[in-house]
Every structure is written in C-alpha cells, then in structure tokens.
Design a protein around this ligand. Structure first.
Ligand code: N7H
Length: 478
C-alpha cells in the first residue's frame, strides 16, 4: 500500500477546510487560453500537506473536459479520461435519466452547466474566514479579465451554525477514511486511496483508468512516471473527479409536508412526531446523532458519531433507522447483498463511497432553523440549497451508482415505491413513482405517501481536479 502524496494532492480532496467557514465556487469560461495558462502558472494552489488555520486562505482548481481541451492538453491524454467525464453530466439523455435530471430539473432550465448557458471550463474554489471571503473573491475577480476568463456564475455559500444544511440537520459527518493516511478509524470505514485519488490501488486492488501520456510529451519532466511500468507519464496521479450539483431545497414544502403527515389523532399539530418523522427520513437527528444509536430522541453528545453498522447494530429490518432513510441508502454499510451483516457486505460497500465537500447557499428561512419558526415564516421565494460536491475516481461506479441505484430507486432493498425521501426524483422520467416513505415498525409498518420532490437541480458539471504537478504541466502546455 503506498502512502498518498499529500503535497501533490489538492487540499480540498483530503481536508474539508472546516476551519474556513467562507467559500466561493466560481464557474469560469476560457476566452483566451494562452492568458489562462499564464494565470494558472502563477496561481497558488493549496495542497493537502497541512490543515489550514482560521487565518489562511485556500485556492483549489478543477477543469471540465472542454476546459482541458481548450488549454491544449494532448489528445493522447484526453482520450484516456473516463467516459462519464468526457461526455459530461448533461452529455447524454441516458445520463439525465440516471441522475433524475428531467422536468423542472432538466439541464435546459439550469442556471449554468446546461445546453442553454455558456460552457463551463474551469471551477475556481476559494476558501477563507467568513469575514474575508468577499474580499478574496473580489481580489481574484479583478484578475479574471487579464487571465482570459469570463465569469459564468460566482456561487457564494453560507455557513449555518452547527454545520447545518437548510432542512436543519448537521451535515458533513460521515466520510470514508483514506487508507495509508487517515486510517486510524474503524476498518469498516477505511477505504483504499485509489477510490478517491487516481494513481493508487482501488478497492479491487487495481488502478482505476486514468489519463496517461507518452514521456515525449513531457519534455520538462513535470509529471510523475506511470506506475504500470510502461514508461508513460501520469497526468492523472493525485487527481480526482469532482461532481458538482447545485441542489435547490424547498425547505418550507419539506416542513409543511411533514407537519401535514405527522398530525396528532385529533388533527392538531404534533411537533415531536414531525421531528421524529424527519429524523427517520434522514437517519440522523438534527444534532447529527444517528438513529441506530438513539432511536427515540436526539442526543447531541452523539452529534459526530459515525462508528456504526446496521445489521451490526441489531437493526436489520430498519426498526431504528428505516431502510429507505437518506443515510442508509447512500451508504448501506453492512446491509448490502450478497451477505448482509458480513465483512463481505462491508467490502462491497467500499466500492461505492464518495468524499463529500458540499457547502450550503442562500439565506435560511428562519435563523433558528427550528421547524416551528420555518413554518411560521413561510415561503419567502428566495433560493437556498446545497452546493453538493463530491470526489471519486470512478463517477459511474461511485456517484452515479449512489444516485441511480440507491437514491432514485423505488425498489431499493426490498422497498417497492420508495425513493430517497429527502432528495429522490419522484419518478421524474415516468418510471415507478417513488414518493412513499416506509417506516418499519412492529406490529405494523407505517407508510407515508405522496411526498413531493423537495430538491431540484439548478446547475451541475463533472470536473477533474488534477494533482498540483499536473496543474503546473497544464500551465506549461506549449
Ligand atoms: Fe446527503 N441533508 O441535509 O438532509 N446527507 N444530502 N447526499 N449524504 C447526509 O453524515 C442532504 C446528497 C450522502 O455514510 C446527511 O454528513 C441534503 C446527494 C452520503 O452514513 C444529511 C442533500 C448524495 C451521506 C444529508 C443531500 C448524498 C450523506 C447526514 C441535497 C449522493 C453519508 C450527515 C440537498 C448522490 C451517509 C452526514 C453515511 C449524508 C442531507 C444530497 C450522499 C443530513 C439536504 C446528492 C453518502
């Protein structure tokens, strides 16, 4: 097992920058590739070698396939990128169906990344303290014209106290640990580095397909040698695919639906039942405490607790954490076939993990994040949601599989009309409907029907985030 080269890996892949609460994600279009290459050569790109302090600013960068083409990356390397990346998030109808990007979430309606908006070539990610992030963005924005770059969308973010997302739940808790680096956690959660960083062995003990090119193309010897013994240069090593989705959340619809579905027998409001139903849908309480550990009430002392399994926690049937809850379907842990509850099941799960790095955007409906206040405030028609970001080395087997086979699948794990209660597409492509949520219980389960779609896509793209040597190589392309 080789140790990930943190000084060549861009920092955001291996560290969440939790100490930096301000962030900007700038979608850019290249107008003058030569000017962009010069700018790139001077850009201080943050590596993963050290954890940033609160006074640091961090910059990371990623490219779409058209962006790499424009910068003049050799065809030999371009054709060896994965098919998903080359086609792009909106590249085929098939992919739109897989992702549930239809109807109101169709790319034709996106603010950026769709066929009706200027092409995104490059993503610049800026991180700083909350009171410094605007100044950092302005500093960079002043330089875009000279760098031959046009801003398509400058996506701002918001930090919600308690690291919450807009529905009111603590986010960014469960992450896989990278083998060879932060593998001091439970072995069930430690995953081969090659699942998240190219150029290392993956969960199958193999090297995931990555962009290579002949050594003659790298006369200055900027790139590392490929580890396959071919003498080629490895443009992909220490890089990762970045999936970006701007996901708008309809927070008022979410809480009014729950309010409606969890009424007291006399028809009156029942705040405790409403909250419990929401927690069942997530699989964690608002504090972050997991339902398998504390199924009846929230327990903030367990906010960051992640050392659990489902069968291993004596919950094979979902009585504590429902089978169709968001966290159980996006990472079933030991609940996967062929042999749920076994080490084999955990190993299967390790082929479908992602590192999440999303940030919330837009103002909260109610600053307290309390459902009662949210319901009182009502819809203010302002947009809010999650800039969902994840890293993986095989988009099809990791992000897309989670989205299609687990999140949007009404037949997930023996269910038959239940897609993800929070983010499911509700059968947008006319397939089985979804929109039902089953709460397993004895003596009888409870089924909550008629859930509308709470999350819509407003933009998105597949990016490649190269290692830092590969960024230098791109800047020096003749
Ligand atoms: Fe989810 N939410 O706030 O309700 N997610 N997610 N997600 N998600 C998680 O453990 C949320 C989305 C995963 O290992 C938590 O960090 C929202 C997409 C995975 O136990 C909460 C949106 C995809 C996990 C949310 C959204 C995923 C996870 C629990 C969209 C992938 C870890 C806190 C607006 C396709 C599961 C935590 C594990 C956890 C929410 C989107 C995947 C609270 C609001 C699109 C893998």
């Amino acid at each position: 097992m080789s140790v990930p080269e943190l000084e060549d890996i861009q920092g955001i892949i291996v560290r969440g920058y939790g100490s930096l609460k301000g962030a900007y994600f700038v979608m850019l279009h290249i107008q003058d590739a030569a000017a962009t290459r010069r700018w790139l050569g001077e850009l201080a790109v943050r590596s993963g070698a050290s954890r940033p302090t609160e006074s640091d600013t961090c910059v990371n960068i990623a490219f779409t396939y058209p962006g790499l083409e424009k910068l003049g990356l050799d065809r030999e390397a371009l054709v060896t990128f994965s098919g998903e990346f080359r086609e792009g998030m909106t590249g085929t109808e098939h992919r739109q169906r897989i992702l549930g990007d239809l109807e109101e979430s169709a790319p034709e309606r996106w603010r950026w990344g769709g066929p009706r908006t200027a092409g995104v070539d490059l993503l610049l990610m800026l991180y700083a303290a909350e009171d410094r992030i605007e100044a950092l963005y302005r500093w960079h924005a002043d330089r875009f014209p000279g760098a031959g770059l046009e801003v398509i969308e400058p996506l701002s973010t918001i930090y919600l106290p308690g690291r919450k997302e807009h529905f009111g739940f603590r986010d960014g808790i469960a992450q896989p640990l990278i083998e060879g680096w932060d593998d001091r956690g439970p072995p069930g959660n430690t995953v081969a580095a090659g699942e998240f960083i190219l150029g290392y062995a993956n969960a199958y003990g193999q090297y995931t397909q990555r962009p290579l090119l002949s050594s003659a193309r790298d006369r200055r010897g900027l790139l590392p040698e490929a580890s396959n013994g071919s003498g080629q240069r490895d443009f992909g090593r220490n890089g990762s695919y970045l999936v970006f989705r701007q996901l708008q959340q309809d927070v008022v619809a979410f809480w009014s639906t729950l309010d409606d579905k969890a009424r007291a027998p006399d028809g009156g409001q029942d705040p405790a039942a409403r909250l419990t139903l929401a927690a069942k849908m997530v699989g964690r309480w608002p504090s972050g405490a997991p339902l398998v550990k504390t199924p009846r009430q929230d327990d903030p002392t367990m906010a960051d607790y992640d050392h659990f399994l489902y069968y291993g926690a004596d919950d094979p049937h979902g009585f504590k954490c429902p089978v169709g809850s968001h966290i159980r379907r996006t990472n079933p842990r030991d609940a996967l076939d062929p042999n749920p509850g076994s080490q084999e099941s955990i190993e299967v799960g390790k082929r479908h993990r992602i590192i999440r790095r999303g940030r919330a955007y837009g103002p909260p409906v109610a600053p307290s994040m309390d459902p009662a206040d949210i319901l009182k405030a009502g819809d203010d028609s302002r947009e809010r949601g999650l800039h969902f970001i994840c890293f993986n080395t095989h988009i099809g087997r990791q992000f897309e599989l989670i989205q299609h086979t687990w999140v949007n699948n009404p037949k997930f794990d023996g269910l038959y009309n239940d897609d993800d209660p929070l983010i499911g597409d509700r059968g947008a492509d006319g397939k089985d409907e979804g929109g039902t949520f089953t709460v397993q219980a004895t003596p009888v389960r409870k089924r909550v029907r008629g859930l509308p779609r709470f999350v819509h896509v407003r933009g998105g793209a597949y990016f490649f985030m190269p290692g830092i040597r590969a960024v230098r190589f791109l800047a020096a392309v003749p």
